[in-house]
Design a protein around this ligand. Sequence first.
Ligand code: NAP
Length: 254
Amino acid sequence: MSSASTRKKVVIITGAGRGIGAAAAMLAGARGYAVCVNYLSNHDAAQHVVAAIRNNGGEAIAVQADVSQEEGVQALFATVDRELGKVTALVNNVGVLERQMRLDQMDAERLTRIFRNNVVSYFLCSREAVKRMSTIYGGCGGVIVNVSSTAAKLGSPGEYIDYAASKGAIDSMTVGLAKELAQEGVRVNGVRPGSVYTEIHASGGEPGRVDRVKANIPMRRGGQPEELANAILWLLSEEASYVTGAILDVSGGL
Ligand code: NAP
């Protein structure tokens, strides 16, 4: 008989080769989860995360899959079913942004890429997780954490309001899905990072963005990926057993 405490903990973290996802993967490995490190194209970075988890005595696999595409999501979950067992936790972490610009310069292709990567991927991965976790499907429950952004509250004017709006969509999805699954053993929560030292800012054309904006952060500093990982792992844990539909700002006061 399996109970919440004896069941094997299996987590899928999307976009875990680098940045916040990588930090969450390493902490999850150290906390006893079998970890699926999903990535898009940087094989070496993902293998580095897997090696670090294994060297620390943990279990991990790297799985290349484009989670903005339905086939990619299905292949990712099928691989985890086969190689790690039934998923008990999902961290929707993939997020992309593009060159800083105003709305009047944005084209439809860009908007489609942003919403496919940042919104559709979270919906599709959550759908596959629900089918494996929800008691309605014979599952034993589970936890989903959605990585949003303080951009959802601030709007990112002049930089990327498309990205900000995609994160606003994720916050609404977190609240709705949490209520949908509240009686099916599945908790759904979000974290909203502020400005964190990762490579995502280079995609916006400003690798040093965190240091430029830190004077506007109440704590006067950027965040480290590990500080986000701590919040994500808390929401995944039994310590957060009565927390669902919550969105936690991890942003130095922004
Ligand atoms: P990052 O350093 O740019 O890393 C992105 C990761 O996502 C990489 O592992 C990348 O894979 C993967 N990826 C991108 N598109 C993918 C796709 N379609 N399918 C699968 N994997 C994909 O990002 P980060 O800064 O850690 O951001 C993580 C999350 O935090 C995102 O949701 C972001 O919006 C959010 N966030 C970040 C900040 C910040 O200041 N950093 C602030 C607020 C919110 P490859 O390595 O293979 O390219």
